[in-house]
Every structure is written in structure tokens, then in C-alpha cells.
Design a protein around this ligand. Structure first.
Ligand SMILES: NC(=O)c1ccc[n+]([C@@H]2O[C@H](COP(=O)([O-])OP(=O)(O)OC[C@H]3O[C@@H](n4cnc5c(N)ncnc54)[C@H](O)[C@@H]3O)[C@@H](O)[C@H]2O)c1
Ligand SMILES: O=c1ccn([C@@H]2O[C@H](COP(=O)(O)OP(=O)(O)O[C@H]3O[C@H](CO)[C@@H](O)[C@H](O)[C@H]3O)[C@@H](O)[C@H]2O)c(=O)[nH]1
Length: 334
């Protein structure tokens, strides 16, 4: 297959692009490098510098590929702004970049591209859950505008499917972590957000001496130790699910799956795990809650396991942290 990978210069899109190439597919990354890194692109991946909002550029890419006799078979759409906290300060850039610009991609696909898409959705579409682990048919009520910007795309997709026959899989990732290991155990890429806002790399910064301490955003949530609980899923397990979803779109036209481990860990438990893995004491400081954070997000992923045949391999938080730590040390040459 030949696939356009929007946002493929980023953490997850780059990992999936690498897996596509490993499995003999052709991956063309389309990214504006606002948060991505061209130097971290996996080998064998083609790169196009481009802006998602630029519909005519996307149309040209699709049309030229057809004219050259090698049309795209589908699109994997990762390009987005991803920080829930920032989205509560600057909602407009989230609706512009994640929602409005995605409509440009849909328009380009409808006019000259493939009609098959895998969309990076998020656990943030659920908001504060009523049922845990969260099933796919749970109430959708985001508590931050990042989640809302993605939910609006899911709504658009439902209509694009119904009216234009655009086939899609919406994959609702929970908290993605860790670094991909090659068959010989080597690690060549991982999380490199700039600026970094995610809990695990920030904790590892403390272990490397790049930060003094980790901030804990709130310990007065209704959870056993008062800190927020999240479901951490390894990026390679997540990548596998994308290939399975592409296969499943051969026989289904509309798919929605949660992708998580089904186990929740509090902020304090993640810090404990990092202390075990790194051997560093990792001092922590208590700070007020971060606006928009739900207390508890844990996935029910049985649907993906049953219907896609998905088998997550990294089920232990320490194993996920171990790969993240190996990458983090390598990234900063320690
Ligand atoms: N990291 C997580 O835990 C997580 C969880 C749930 C969902 N997601 C979703 O997964 C996707 C990938 O996340 P990530 O962690 O790899 O983030 P990332 O920031 O590493 O990658 C996103 C990429 O998209 C590019 N991009 C952003 N806006 C663009 C635009 N307008 N045009 C072209 N390129 C653009 C950036 O330059 C970057 O390379 C996102 O859609 C995110 O919402 C991530
Ligand atoms: O320095 C920090 C950073 C984070 N946290 C907390 O750690 C938890 C996890 O936060 P973070 O790593 O920023 O991830 P989330 O805000 O849960 O969001 C991630 O996971 C979501 C799915 O659950 C995705 O949609 C988002 O794109 C992705 O950024 C939250 O409770 C934060 O309040 C801290 O206490 N201190």
C-alpha cells in the first residue's frame, strides 16, 4: 500500500511510518514541522514539507501520484496540536489546526485522493467518564478543547462516510508512551515533543538532571492517592493497531476503537515506576490542578482485541518506562 502520513515527523506518526516501511509499504510523510523533526524520520520514508490547511497542495500530491501511476491507497492522519493543557488557554488554535484544517484534508481527499482514512482520535473525547473502563459507546463530553477539536472531526467523519462513502477508522488513543525497540533491542527514535508537556518524558528529564523536580498537578482528585489516573499504552503496540485497522477497512467502512492497556496508573505511581527503572530519587513538587484534566481515563480495549485481533505486548508500566528511559538517555547522549 501507498499511504500519506500527515504529522509523520512527530512521535507517533513517525513510529507508524517506520512500521509501514518495515512491512513493505510506501509511506509519504506530510508535515509542517511545527512540532516534528525531519532528522528523526525513519529510513525509507519520503518527506513532503506541507501545511494541512493547504488544500490545493494536498490535491496536487494526490493528483500527481495518480498521474505517475502510483495513487495513494489511504491516509493516516496524525497531524494535530496535542496538549490538553494548552488547549484550555488557546482554544482557537486547536479548533483551527485540528478541526478546520482537517476539513481541508477531507476536501482534498474527496476531490482527488483516496477515500480511506485512519484518524488519530483521543481518550479526551470522553471527558470525565461515567463507566470505567471506558467503552467506545460511552458518553462523549470532553472537558478540554483539545478533546472537543478531535470529537468535531469524528462527527465530520461520520457524515463524510454516510454521504461520500469515505471509509475510516477512528482510533481513540489513551496515553501513548515508550520508544520502539528494533528486533535486536536497539532504540533509534522516541518521544521528542518540543516543548515537552507529557508526564513521562518530564519525569525522565528529572532523572537525567535536566530538571530539578517533577510537578504533580493536583492531589485532590477523587482517586485513591488523589492524583490523576491514566492508561499508558506503548507506541509500538499502538502502531500495530494502525496496520490492523487499515486491513479491517477492506471489509468495514466505519470503525471506532479505544486503544489502551486497560490498567490505570496515578501520577504518583508513574513517578514510582520511574524511580525503579532509573534508580534516581526523582523529587516531586505539588502544584495546583491543570485546567481541563479528567481525574480518571482508563480504556476498555476489548473491542480492538476481539475485532482487530490486536495484542498489546507491553502490559507492564515498568517495561514501557524502560524503553522511554533508554531513548531519553540516548537522545541527550548520556
Ligand atoms: N501522544 C499521545 O499521548 C496522544 C494520545 C492521544 C492522541 N494523540 C494524537 O496522536 C497524534 C500524534 O501525536 P504525537 O504525540 O505524535 O504528536 P507530535 O506533536 O509528535 O506529532 C504531531 C505532528 O503533526 C505535525 N503538525 C501539526 N499541525 C500540522 C499542520 N497543520 N500541518 C502539518 N503538520 C502538522 C507536527 O509538526 C508534528 O510533527 C495527534 O493527532 C494527537 O492528537 C496523541
Ligand atoms: O508535569 C506534569 C505533566 C503532567 N502531569 C499530569 O499527568 C497526567 C498525564 O498528563 P500528560 O502526560 O500531559 O497527558 P494527558 O493530558 O493525559 O494527555 C495525553 O493523553 C491524552 C489521552 O488520554 C491525549 O489525547 C493527549 O494528546 C496526550 O497529550 C495528567 O493528569 C497531568 O495533570 C503532571 O502531574 N505533571
Amino acid at each position: 500500500m501507498k499511504l500519506l502520513v500527515t504529522g509523520g515527523a512527530g512521535y507517533i506518526g513517525g513510529t507508524v511510518a517506520g512500521l509501514l516501511v518495515d512491512r513493505g509499504h510506501q509511506a509519504v510523510v506530510f508535515d509542517n514541522l511545527s512540532h516534528g523533526r525531519q532528522d528523526l524520520l525513519p529510513q525509507g520514508v519520503e518527506f513532503i514539507l506541507g501545511e494541512l490547511a493547504d488544500r490545493s497542495h494536498l490535491e496536487r500530491i494526490f493528483t500527481e501520484a495518480k498521474e505517475q501511476g502510483s495513487p495513494f491507497d489511504g491516509v493516516l492522519h496524525f497531524a494535530a496540536l496535542i496538549e490538553a493543557g494548552e488547549s484550555m488557554v488557546k482554544p482557537e488554535i486547536y479548533f483551527r489546526n485540528n478541526t478546520a484544517s482537517t476539513l481541508s484534508l477531507f476536501e482534498a481527499m474527496l476531490s482527488s485522493g483516496p477515500r480511506k482514512l485512519v484518524f488519530s482520535s483521543t481518550a479526551a473525547v470522553y471527558g470525565e467518564p461515567e463507566v470505567v473502563p471506558i467503552p467506545e459507546d460511552a458518553r462523549l463530553q470532553p472537558t478540554n478543547t483539545y478533546g472537543e477539536s478531535k470529537l468535531l472531526v469524528e462527527h465530520m467523519l461520520r457524515w463524510m462516510n454516510q454521504i461520500h462513502g469515505l471509509r475510516y477508522a477512528s482510533l481513540r488513543y489513551f496515553n501513548v508512551a515508550g520508544a520502539p525497540e528494533s528486533a535486536d533491542g536497539g532504540i533509534t527514535r522516541g518521544e521528542a515533543h518540543e516543548p515537552e508537556s507529557h508526564l513521562i518524558p518530564l519525569i525522565l528529564d528529572v532523572a537525567l538532571g535536566r530538571r530539578q523536580s517533577i510537578r504533580i498537578y493536583g492531589d485532590d482528585y477523587p482517586t485513591p492517592d488523589g492524583t490523576c489516573i491514566r492508561d499508558y499504552i506503548h507506541v509500538s503496540d499502538l502502531a500495530d493497531a494502525h496496520l490492523l485497522a487499515l486491513d479491517a477497512l477492506e471489509s468495514s467502512s466505519r470503525l471506532i476503537f479505544n486503544l489502551g492497556n486497560g490498567k490505570g496508573f496515578s501520577v504518583k505511581e508513574v513517578i514510582e515506576s520511574a524511580r525503579r527503572v532509573t534508580g534516581h530519587p526523582i523529587p516531586a513538587e505539588l502544584h495546583p490542578r491543570r485546567p481541563g484534566d479528567p481525574a480518571f481515563l482508563v480504556a476498555g480495549s476489548e473491542k480492538a482485541i476481539k475485532e482487530l485481533g490486536w495484542k498489546p505486548r507491553y502490559t507492564q508500566l515498568d517495561d514501557i518506562l524502560r524503553t522511554a528511559w533508554a531513548w531519553h538517555q540516548q537522545r541527550y547522549n548520556k
